[in-house]
Design a protein around this ligand. Structure first.
Ligand code: GN1
Ligand code: MG
Length: 370
């Protein structure tokens, strides 16, 4: 087999014992490249997760890994203190021979290795509200676990990541530059995005007025960033820790909904299939509010439904910006992939806009029951 890395170098760098068996690509993520790698260590089969970090997106691997190592060490202690199994419930990154938790090869590729959580699976889509309730509880619990982590010690791995006003301005720049001549093709999407300018600033304005608390958040709460136990189907581990930074609970809530409570996948091209599934929304509210409870402020609770629309709008703008810039950020599988993803998010945002009163009603009901 030909891989895009030399396994003998990886094994040596991270001191992985045994004979290499195989590397299986895990293709879920849109940024890094990920493999499950397996070794036979005198009859004992050992699995690890190998990632090639996208250094176009994460420009400073040193800071990135410092964040992750600090957060996972913190989580480990918390998990042990409550009687959990830290080897299953969080990730542990291995040191390379340079003493760092990553290694850059001659070609400039940045590698890191962590434990592979065996007997677990993830979902890209689902229709079972119970699973999604568990997902909400898991991300809520994750926010709780990090509630007393000092966010000022974290680097901003991607500056202004969920600053939607900045995302809006990035789109304006991309329109202005029209780097690969695609602007004419996307006039409808651009017009729609520009018509929602007010939404882009809403939460940023509230932060600036001190109306929303800054917490340590995950910032990329896609359903496939939770591992579920094969036997119990309980959520066991939150993964993809690259964007843990100071942020808003609303980002974590809304981003999960825009990904998983969509009646279609992020890649759906038949827009008639795209919309918000209110049963899934309700299940996630139940799980998330059940875990975070009264720690959320009234302003946060009042904006939970809005955050879903905002995250769909923001994500759509990011796909559109990348399409205009010539697909430099997200991995794509075909030339108009980013444009299709953008259309899907904008359709979802519109549907959420129409259903916002019902979503707000659902949120209020659960919050008042706490
Ligand atoms: C990226 O890598 P992945 O697939 O978990 C992106 C998220 C987007 C998401 C859209 C660092 O997440 O912000 O919401 O794609 N991650 C980064 O699918 O930009
Ligand atoms: Mg990611």
């Amino acid at each position: 087999m030909n891989y895009e890395f030399d396994i003998s170098i990886i094994a040596k760098e991270f001191d992985l014992a045994g004979e290499f068996i195989e590397a299986i690509a895990i293709t879920d993520g849109n940024i890094n490249r990920t493999y499950k790698i397996s070794f036979d260590d005198n009859g004992e089969i050992k699995h690890y997760l190998l990632q090639i970090v996208n250094t176009y997106v994460f420009k400073n691997p040193e800071e990135l890994m410092e964040n992750i190592v600090a957060v996972t060490a913190f989580l480990r202690d918390k998990i042990i203190a409550r009687g959990g199994n830290p080897d299953r419930e969080t990730l542990t990154f291995l040191k390379a021979s340079n003493g760092k938790h990553y290694f850059i090869d001659e070609d400039g590729k940045c590698f890191r290795v962590c434990n592979y959580v065996i007997d677990s699976h993830s979902y890209n889509t689902l229709d079972d509200p119970e699973i999604y309730r568990r997902a909400g509880a898991a991300f809520g619990d994750f926010n709780n676990l990090l509630a007393d982590f000092d966010g000022t010690t974290l680097y901003e791995t991607i500056p202004m990541f969920h600053n939607t006003r900045k995302r809006f301005n990035d789109l304006l720049l991309a329109i202005d530059e029209n780097a690969v001549g695609r602007l004419n093709e996307v006039r409808a999407e651009v017009d729609w995005a520009l018509s929602k300018e007010q939404d882009a600033s809403k939460l940023v304005d509230m932060i600036e007025r001190g109306e929303l608390p800054i917490r340590v958040t995950h910032n990329d709460t896609k359903l496939n960033n939770i591992l579920f136990d094969d036997k119990t189907n309980e959520a066991v581990c939150i993964i993809d820790l690259d964007t843990i930074m100071p942020g808003l609970s609303l980002y974590d809530f809304g981003d999960s909904i825009r990904f998983a409570a969509n009646t279609a996948s992020e890649n759906e091209t038949d827009l008639s299939k795209v919309g918000i599934d209110l049963d899934l929304y309700e299940a996630y509210v139940e799980g998330f509010l059940g875990a975070t409870g009264k720690t959320l402020t009234q302003n946060e609770v009042d904006n939970l439904a809005f955050s879903c629309k905002l995250m769909a709008y923001e994500c759509g703008m990011r796909f559109l910006t990348d399409y205009l810039n010539g697909d430099v950020y997200f991995k794509i599988n075909y030339p108009t992939h980013n444009l299709d993803r953008c259309r899907c998010q904008f359709k979802l945002a519109s549907d959420i806009e129409n259903k916002m009163p019902i979503m707000e009603q659902i949120t209020r009901e659960y919050y008042s029951k706490l």
